[in-house]
Ligand binder design. Sequence first.
Ligand SMILES: *Cc1c(COP(=O)(O)O)cnc(C)c1O
Length: 394
Amino acid sequence: MKKEDCIARAEKVLMHTYARYQVVLDHGEGVYLYDTDGKKYLDFSAGIAVFALGYDDKKYNEAVKAQVDKLLHTSNYYYNEPTTLAAEKLTKASGMSRVFFTNSGTEAIEGAIKLARKYYYKKHGTADSEIIAMEHSFHGRSMGALAVTGTPKYRTAFEPLIGGAVFAEYNNLESVQAKVNEKTAAVILETVQGEGGIYPAEKEFLQGVRKLCDEKGILLILDEIQCGMGRTGTMYAYQQYGVQPDIMTTAKALGCGVPVGAFVATEEVAAAYEPGDHGTTYGGNPFVTHAVSTVFDRFEELGLLENVKETGAYLYAQLEALAARHKDSITAHRGIGLMQGLEFQSPVKDIIARAMEAGLILIAAGTNVIRFVPPLVIQKEHVDEMVRLLEQSL
Ligand SMILES: *Cc1c(COP(=O)(O)O)cnc(C)c1O
């Protein structure tokens, strides 16, 4: 199919929920993507922080193919080995106790909210509870996840959403404290805010929220859908804060391309769920969980956490230097590991389009921030190449 045909035909049949770039991607190799004309792109978006292993990781591909031939799906009425193994690896990596696999990030949030409500219900005998969420947060597009997403443009047309969500200011402990009352069931926040513009939690803030939750008997839900799975240099970002959540959500790089997410909880909190409380037809089937299990193995085999620390520090230094060279247009630089952002004075849409022309794939976070979330296998030479292509697009 010719590029123009593919785009024109897609525009006739797909809903207009995305303003897509005029490119038809065909295949990938390592940290590069190729379009149908054979043009090569350095990929600093990784399919929105998904493709941690890079494209075409042979061991991952072979594992996924083998599972396709063996068993794709069984339903959750029975046991299977891949799901058991993946859940073991996820609990070990996160320091949590029990897993529920979902098909996406937003479903992981739905399950986490339901679990927090059920826990509150069992403890207090009433379902009349509240969840404190953060301004500028992003937790997904389904009704529950939208209800705790603190960005009005995503929400307004779809209200009323689920009730009981109240908002506090991120990195402002007093603001969270001020929202706490006897109805508060949980606080939900991203350890590093992603879509909102790449804002890492400050240490005193996250530790303060944890302490507040402990004192008041409130659950802490950490959304690690974007910042988890090694992106910040530890398997989960909270592991750098000396804080453990009661419920944690993970997705994106968890499957590295197969649709899978999960919410994970402590033994005590998970016990609030009883058979029949929550379910899914596809969630955690042997196909996706074998992929998850392989992802955890590949992280170790490739030493990805080490690479994130090293290459992440290098990326940080290079972006600092770039920001210093363009003080007039770049107003801030934030981030941890391979999750960083450059904030510009004005919208970054045109810069991203020019970078695309030059052979560099970038994504925005909000309107004024360029987000850098490359595959975790990225090397220093790729950082240099990215900075060169970006600088010529400014
Ligand atoms: C992407 C994202 C979600 C939603 O995940 P989907 O798989 O798109 O439903 C939720 N929370 C955060 C922090 C995200 O980055």
